[in-house]
Design a protein around this ligand. Structure first.
Ligand code: NBP
Length: 479
């Protein structure tokens, strides 16, 4: 046995991660794929890499020094279970199996529990950054036991992206914590992308600028507080011209957004936890709406706004859009971190929220300057209940809120959908509200279902005898 680490699954992610591992001093990487062709191809195209190929699970286990450490990079779901079962058969207690696929965190919790019973360690690890990240340095979100982290930590630190001198990896928490955090990362990514898309749409429809001109706007934004990978690539996409037609590429791409499901998981989980991730939800639903051409076709004749969007001061309008985007982005991240906090409480994970913001600064899709502000916020107040109440964000929202309100009302008046901008603003105003109409909802619930209510002026639980003489009685708390 000569390999200190192994990779199972050599499609694009696995082969790039194996190459990344092999490129680090001291690593010999055992590689195995269910069908032989991918292994042969990887070895043929990268003869320079320090690989040991295996063509069966037995050979793979035999090629690894103990304790064995293997990263699985296969299609999430049944394939992952099949590989885990096969590895458990050939591994020994003390060995470490890492699942780097996009697993649902509840699957990871289940798998960790089952594998732990064999004495083998199981680590669910979120990997972000796509193919390029896997090769050059991803953002890594490992869960699993403290014991596994002792062995894995140095290896993962050596292959992760580096942001401001620090590797983008931390031990997120036990069992499914890593995949949970990766899921929320993807949810935030959905919101970020939708907000950028709404900003583009408003600028295009409000100013008549061409995609290439709007690319310049985004490139400019990328030099300020919005600096991020997604803003940067937005400029690149908008500048791209279609070779076949000579039109901007964005005008020939079908306007139906796809999704692989992690945004939906983030929202479903948030619903179960009772966390209002409304910006992420709107972004996810906006993709769904776009992907129903038949519904959109029959809805095209619905009455619209009386007035078109007419912008007098183009520069001022663009600055308003920028501020609306920034404010809504703060909301999306605040909601995402709220979900991580709630998930940690529910599943008993000890997650350092500031450290999560740090490891997202490099390698991953939502990498951004802005994440430093989140780390600072949690450094100052680790138990901060609402991220956007940190002083830096209060100040930023104070600067942005006028523009944010103008943009939301302008888009509504002009009949331009800006679901993520407007729902983020509604969330912000909901949080701020001295009193919410939830009091009325409690009254309605008590009326039709005797669900009871609390009073602002005394302790206890109350019910009004709605179908009787409408006097109030003290009641058992039934909700
Ligand atoms: P795919 O998700 O396309 O999976 C293909 C791999 O799964 C192949 O190696 C295939 O082996 C293997 N596999 C399957 Br399918 N069923 C198997 C089974 N029963 N036993 C053993 N192996 C099996 O690969 P990918 O796009 O490289 O992604 C790998 C993982 O990384 C996924 O979980 C994905 O969600 C995650 N991820 C992807 C990205 C990204 O940007 N693409 C980013 C982050 C995470 P075969 O060659 O024999 O068919």
């Amino acid at each position: 046995a000569t390999a200190n680490i192994g990779v199972v699954g050599l499609a694009v992610m696995g082969s790039n991660l194996a190459r990344n591992l092999a490129s680090r001093e001291g690593n010999t990487v055992a590689v195995f794929n269910r069908s032989r062709s991918k292994t042969d191809e990887l070895l043929a195209t990268h003869p320079e890499a320090n690989f040991v190929s295996a063509f069966s699970y037995e050979e793979f286990a035999a090629s690894l020094t103990t304790p064995r450490t293997a990263v699985i990079m296969v299609k999430a779901g049944k394939a992952t279970d099949a590989v885990i079962d096969a590895l458990v058969n050939v591994f020994e207690p003390g060995d470490i199996i890492v699942d780097g696929g996009n697993a649902l965190f509840t699957d990871t919790i289940r798998r960790e529990k089952a594998v732990r019973e064999t004495g083998i360690n199981f680590v669910g690890m979120g990997v972000s950054g796509g193919e390029e990240g896997a090769l050059l340095g991803p953002s890594l979100m490992p869960g699993g036991s403290d014991e596994s982290w002792i062995t894995l930590g140095p290896i993962l630190r050596s292959i992760a992206a580096v942001a401001e001198g620090e590797p983008c990896v931390t031990h997120v928490g036990h069992d499914g914590a890593g995949h949970f955090v990766k899921m929320v990362h993807n949810g935030i990514e959905y919101a970020d992308m939708q907000l950028i898309a709404e900003a583009y749409d408003l600028i295009r429809r409000g100013t008549g600028k061409s995609p290439a001109e709007i690319a310049d706007v985004f490139a400019e934004w990328n030099r300020g507080e919005l600096e991020s990978y997604l803003i940067e690539i937005t400029a690149e996409v908008l500048r791209q011209v279609d070779a076949a037609t000579g039109k901007p590429l964005v005008d020939v791409i079908v306007d139906q957004a796809g999704a692989k499901g992690t945004g939906a998981w983030t929202v479903q989980t948030a619903l179960s936890l009772g966390v209002p991730v409304s910006g992420i939800a709107e972004a996810t639903f906006a993709r769904s709406l776009s992907s129903h051409p038949e519904q959109r076709a029959i809805s095209r004749s619905l009455p619209g706004a009386e007035e078109d969007l007419e912008v007098e001061d183009v520069d001022a309008f663009i600055e308003d859009v920028r501020l609306a985007l920034y404010a809504s982005k703060i909301v999306a991240y605040s909601q995402g971190f709220d979900e991580i906090r709630a998930g940690a409480a529910e599943y008993g994970w000890n997650i350092d929220l500031g450290a999560i913001a740090k490891i997202w600064r490099g390698g991953c899709i939502i990498r951004a300057q802005f994440l430093n502000r989140i780390t600072e916020a949690y450094a100052e107040a680790p138990d901060l209940a609402v991220l956007l109440t940190a002083p830096y964000f209060v100040d930023a929202l104070g600067r942005a809120q006028g523009a944010w309100r103008r943009i939301v009302s302008t888009s509504a008046n002009a009949g331009i959908p800006a679901p993520a901008f407007s729902s983020s603003l509604a969330y912000y105003d909901g949080l701020r509200a001295e009193r919410l109409p939830a009091a009325l909802i409690q009254g309605q619930r008590d009326f039709f279902g005797a669900h009871t209510y609390k009073r602002i002026d005394k302790d206890g639980t109350f019910h009004t005898l709605w179908s009787g003489d409408r006097t109030e009685i003290e009641a058992e708390d039934t909700h």
